[in-house]
Write a protein that binds this ligand. Structure first.
Ligand SMILES: CC(C)(COP(=O)(O)OP(=O)(O)OC[C@H]1O[C@@H](n2cnc3c(N)ncnc32)[C@H](O[C@H]2O[C@H](COP(=O)(O)OP(=O)(O)OP(=O)(O)O)[C@@H](O)[C@H]2O)[C@@H]1O)[C@@H](O)C(=O)NCCC(=O)NCCS
Ligand SMILES: Nc1ncnc2[nH]cnc12
Length: 287
């Protein structure tokens, strides 16, 4: 490989997933302190999962960087690799879904980043991030209709597909098709605004709470229904707007974690989006 960015940029995606699982205390999620509301995975399951996905992150970026045709055909190539990566991840975790959503999202984001880097240079500004998110929207705009139109022919449905049948919830496919508005309109503006914050872990935890206060998280929906999801949104909104100092904020998250463990609720979609936001924060030198 003669271009150092071919390894550097995908390695930032891997590092972003390590950051995401490591930051603590996270409500309902796996972190350094405990497994949140998960009985089937722990911190080490995430390490195994990330290690299994890392080689694919290089492939996604390279596929984009070498792609000379339209975005729809790039998506077809990425999806083929993505399915293989998902299987490797499930083998590494003994069948547990640690990063299904993150693998999908990084496939399209790294593919789009590689494609974009054919004609642009590093480091990034917010304009570069925004251009990449627009490429992702173009690449995946057909996906919701394409995947969900075949749903009735399937014997087994994923949690996301069941939610679509029940309530029209679009999940991670909808996020991608809209160009990840939770990143462009919510998380990244917040992180950019607080780029001078020296306590990175607390900054990212505050970003997570902001996401939890607003996004439609299909993981919360399938575990807790609309009521569970709304409760998490309300509690997150109240913590976010309470202007707590770092010590009290940490205490509030520790209590929130206990509540979510009791209710068996986990904001897995917000965790995945945080991981994606950390990737762009590295690219833009925010953290
Ligand atoms: C496109 C697929 C990845 C779609 O999968 P699925 O049909 O399951 O659809 P979704 O539910 O929409 O999404 C999958 C995961 O995405 C995360 N997610 C949820 N909401 C959002 C959101 N608003 N924004 C972004 N991401 C979101 C979420 O991942 C987290 O939850 C995981 C645990 O989930 P789950 O197993 O459902 O829940 P558990 O409670 O653990 O299960 P039980 O124990 O109760 O059984 C957690 O680890 C996070 O990762 C959703 O799970 C897929 O079908 C696909 O196309 N795969 C092909 C391969 C591929 O990715 N190709 C890439 C190139 S295109
Ligand atoms: N830290 C985490 N805990 C549980 N589910 C997750 N999905 C993505 N990151 C997660």
């Amino acid at each position: 490989m003669d271009n150092p960015l071919l390894t550097h940029i995908p390695s930032l995606a891997t590092k972003a997933l390590y950051y995401e699982v490591a930051i603590s205390p996270k409500p309902g999620l796996v972190d350094r302190f405990d497994n949140g509301a998960h009985s089937d995975m722990n911190f080490f399951t995430f390490i195994n999962s990330i290690e299994s996905l890392a080689p694919y992150f290089y492939s996604y970026y390279q596929l984009g960087f070498e792609h000379a045709s339209d975005l729809a055909s790039l998506f077809t190539k990425l999806r083929k690799q993505g399915v293989e990566a998902e299987n490797k991840m499930l083998t590494a975790t003994k069948g547990i879904n640690t990063h299904k959503g993150a693998n999908f999202s990084f496939a399209v984001l790294l593919g789009a980043t590689g494609f974009y880097m054919q004609t642009h240079s590093f480091p990034f500004s917010s304009k570069d991030t925004s251009a990449i998110l627009k490429l992702v929207a173009k690449m995946t705009h057909h996906l919701v209709q394409y995947d969900f139109s075949k749903i009735t022919q399937k014997d087994q449905l994923s949690h996301g597909e069941k939610l679509y049948m029940k309530a029209g919830t679009l999940g991670v496919r909808g996020e991608a098709a809209k160009g990840y508005p939770a990143l462009s309109h919510l998380l990244l503006p917040f992180l950019r605004q607080h780029a001078s914050y020296t306590d990175t872990e607390t900054l990212l935890l505050r970003g997570l709470v902001l996401l939890m206060s607003q996004i439609e998280d299909s993981n919360l929906l399938h575990r807790g229904g609309t009521e569970g999801w709304q409760q998490v949104k309300q509690h997150s909104t109240s913590i976010y707007h309470s202007s707590l100092n770092n010590t009290d904020f940490n205490l509030a998250l520790t209590k929130f974690n206990q509540e979510l463990i009791k209710k068996n609720l986990s904001p897995g979609g917000a965790a995945d989006l945080l991981g994606l936001g950390i990737y762009f924060s590295f690219l833009e030198n925010i953290i």
